[in-house]
Design a protein around this ligand. Sequence first.
Ligand SMILES: Cc1cc2nc3c(=O)[nH]c(=O)nc-3n(C[C@H](O)[C@H](O)[C@H](O)COP(=O)(O)OP(=O)(O)OC[C@H]3O[C@@H](n4cnc5c(N)ncnc54)[C@H](O)[C@@H]3O)c2cc1C
Length: 453
Amino acid sequence: MNKAVVIGSGLGGLECGILLSKAGYRVTILEKNALPGGCIAGYWRDGAYYDTGFHYAGSIGAGQTLDLLFKGLGLENLPWQFLEGEEVEADGRRFYLPFGLDAYAAALSEEFPHCRAELRAYTDFLREVVQMPLVHFGEGRAMELFSRSSREYLESAISDPLLRKVLCGAATRLPYAPELPLYSFAQINGSFIQGAARLHGGGETLVKALISAFDAAGGTLVCNAGVRALEAGNGRVSRAVLADGSTIEADIFISDIHPALTNALLAPETLRPAYRKRLASLRQTGGYTGYSLRFRPGSLICPKRNFFLAPANGTVWDGGISAGLFFSAPKEGEYATTADILVPGNRPEEAQRWISAFNAVLPGLADSAEGLIVSTPHTWERYLGLPEGSAYGIAKDFTHPLSTVISPRTPLENLFLTGQNLNLHGVLGVSMTALYTCAEILGQEHIKKQFGI
Ligand SMILES: Cc1cc2nc3c(=O)[nH]c(=O)nc-3n(C[C@H](O)[C@H](O)[C@H](O)COP(=O)(O)OP(=O)(O)OC[C@H]3O[C@@H](n4cnc5c(N)ncnc54)[C@H](O)[C@@H]3O)c2cc1C
């Protein structure tokens, strides 16, 4: 039986572990922390559960991409709470945007009747992208859209500047920057608008489901097992060296950690300097400060929507600060237990400012809160090793698509990459990437059969 080692038990690592185990590999996932799950793992404090890097997922409606991917992984019957829409405040006006691409276009057409045709064309374009065939990585239409600018597209497709602001209003789900490729913009926005949901029990529910699917397929997860080196020779990795000095051999190695950190596990002479240098020099997307609120029991009904504030000054393209308020779906009942306000950058001292700003949108929010925990990009860097606490990994750049979209293949024939740094971040992006990674190992036909695509 072929052996595989996966470095890191983030979403991508667990998904690759499940796919390879189901294909007959003996898989061991090595996780440096005491708890698995990486960004999607939540935590408990003083009897309350807090989500961290998973508040909701897109394209989860029946037959949509994430739904197909999760079913193919064996993650069926998860307790999703579907969201009805989201609220965006821009230039002092409040907009309610229902989910579903047609409903979204129709609601915005009421507010911007002069842009009705543009909105129809916009949502048709998002539909085209979210329905693009899976499996083909770095090819065809997706790669063409990776080499186009989101900003230029929006400026030419939507004539009203306020409407453009609203369309970019849910800004915290994307690493907005002038270089943002059109593919990332359309796939992420399209997926959430198409069908978004949170999980009752949050990231913990997802991690438990992934681990039980991995267990059921015969895999082994080892925590407190950080990999400190990969030994290689003749163009192949032979074994992983763990922090305690022990070693583990395998036929295939998959790294779910940042590609530059993966390279740093190898002796310098193993890789061409140009490859190593290229991956080490790429820009990271920014990190977030999180203000996690805990609510008094029975004080605030949990809204089936998230809330966003568009930048008060400037736009998302030139560093304007946007913020999002994300509720966790309570395990039971209708009352909110916890929620997260996410604001880009390192702002541990600004909690009251942002709680007040969202209280104006959702009166009662501040009075219902009885606890606050603040996390910053440093928290993420320390806990998971994310370079600069980057929330969404390597920044994609439409002017350099070939060097910022990273292949799952490496110069070493049995070392593969996966996770949010390669193609697209988020639960959807990482799940798509796990499929691309495993298609390199198992072949596209195997993957197509497994997922019925
Ligand atoms: C604040 C925040 C909010 C977010 N909200 C959402 C959301 O609502 N919806 C959504 O879809 N996405 C969201 N995301 C994005 C999503 O969480 C990530 O894209 C995804 O979880 C990344 O998964 P991954 O597998 O790439 O890696 P990671 O989650 O980074 O996992 C890597 C794992 O490797 C481990 N590791 C590191 N070094 C080693 C080593 N040397 N040896 C062994 N193990 C190692 C780490 O401990 C970690 O467990 C959010 C992210 C952040 C930061």
